[in-house]
Write a protein that binds this ligand. Sequence first.
Ligand SMILES: [Zn+2]
Length: 236
Amino acid sequence: MPWDANRGSLPRGLPRAIREPALFGKTSNERLGQKPALVYLRTMTLRKIAPLGQPVLLRRAVPLLDPTDAPTRALIQDMVETLADARGLGLAAPQVYAGVRLILAHLPDPDGVVDRTAAPLVLVNPTLTPLDDATDMAFEGCLSIPGLRGIVRRFERIGLEALDGAGRPVEREAEGLFARILQHEVDHLDGILYTHRLEDPRHLAFDGEVQALTAYLRAEEPESGSERSDDRCCTQ
Ligand SMILES: [Zn+2]
């Protein structure tokens, strides 16, 4: 689900006393002269997501020198919370106005199902290498472009090299939806949005019109319809 600009700064699911403590005056602990409970001290920070048109989405991000320094650890924590709140599949640092080469990506299970409550992978300075020439086309969405989906061609299998949030090397292969998520997010680090990769400008639809567009394209071009028949959506 795309980011909702009208949403408050903290998830709605939290008790109101935690989301808006100022409305509730002193906590019972404070009234008793004790230190406030830890839950009141924990800060959650949802960063604003840069919408289409913001220059940060078009600039090339710079490598991160030390993923374990305090500002980067804070950025990672904020991005994890922002991604969970937005219910996306991945998030790149430029999407929260940070021009560094850092992405988060959820790892789908073998059936392509993503548990958005699980911790996303933290990938620093990621590089991707196609493992072969095979590609597929599917709808993608982007948290910076709410309400729209577009059909994008991606490599089906890629090699990933990166550092994790602790600075340890990560090296693995990715395919299918996971490969797609990684390519979408690493594109963000190079100032590339999925809309830049539309092979046909007609391959763009509002969320609710994806099936209608898919049916139209299948009927119009049956020979290529199978390639465009995948109306999976992923918002990143
Ligand atoms: Zn995106």
